[in-house]
Design a protein around this ligand. Structure first.
Ligand code: SF4
Length: 260
């Protein structure tokens, strides 16, 4: 039995060569993190801390949350983080994060929406006879006391908002909702909620049982394809700029990096 994750599946779809370097050959990446992923981690960790305090019965002040974010950023910042975007510096990303958490705090205080778990690890069984499972982490799980619905909350720090079509096709939270139904009951309603922090907006979606069954089929087919792949070719795309193997990649290579 192998464990797959949403990012492992997406890596295969993005570039098979990257998949081979990362998950089969387990090569050390050329750089550990991009500044964008550092920003994402610091914001996620700050909001996790905020809700952990709320679950302990204390609601931190906005100043305390900002101080926590500063502390997390400082403790984990590394001068070697890759900054691919021209004209951007460390402080620009740091300040973006401050804005994200301040806007979030003002909009969602006093945070009493029924949070029941943070960074909840989930496993998705795709079929009783299928040997592989999906593993993932839910940023925040809510049991809404007013609607009785489970809500899967996910924080996004990307600068662009997806369109409706993309949201309806998003499979990460849909997969997680299968795990929630497998844990709490197939008849339980689940609401998918994305927080687009750069826009201070939420996007919602629900999936029917039929859609979830189709998704399980699609994922099993994708895993079968991965397991039978022998050739791991490169796929050059815009995403190469953020690929953690782009310096050692024999196709993209150092030369291209210097052109960016
Ligand atoms: S740099 Fe691009 S082509 Fe090379 S491994 Fe990464 S994603 Fe694939």
């Amino acid at each position: 039995m192998a464990l797959y994750s949403h990012s492992k599946l997406s890596t295969f779809e993005q570039c098979k060569l990257k998949y081979q370097m990362k998950y089969i050959n387990k090569l050390k990446p050329d750089f550990e993190k991009t500044i964008e992923s550092h920003l994402g981690t610091c914001v996620h960790d700050s909001l996790e801390w905020l809700y952990a305090e709320v679950l302990r019965g204390k609601v931190p002040s906005l100043d305390q949350l900002v101080l926590k974010y500063q502390e997390i950023w400082g403790e984990s910042y590394n001068e070697e983080f890759s900054i691919a975007k021209a004209g951007m510096k460390e402080e620009n990303y740091f300040e973006k994060g401050i804005k994200f958490i301040v806007d979030y705090y003002i909009k969602h205080q006093p945070f009493n929406d029924g949070t029941i778990a943070l960074e909840k690890r989930i496993y998705v069984e795709l079929h009783p006879d299928f040997p592989h499972k999906i593993m993932g982490f839910i940023d925040r799980l809510v049991l809404n006391p007013k609607t009785g619905e489970y809500e899967i909350h996910d924080y996004k720090t990307a600068s662009t908002m997806p369109d409706k079509e993309k949201v309806e096709a998003d499979r990460q939270l849909a997969l997680y909702s299968i795990a929630i139904k497998q844990t709490y009951g197939a008849d339980k309603p689940v609401l998918l909620t994305w927080h687009y922090l750069n826009h201070n907006m939420q996007i919602f979606s629900r999936r029917t049982d039929k859609q979830l069954e189709e998704l399980k089929e699609d994922i099993m087919n994708l895993i079968r394809k991965i397991e039978s792949t022998k050739e791991f070719g490169a796929n050059i795309s815009k995403l190469c700029e953020w690929c953690e193997y782009n310096k050692s990649c024999p196709v993209f290579g150092k030369k291209n990096i210097q052109k960016i």
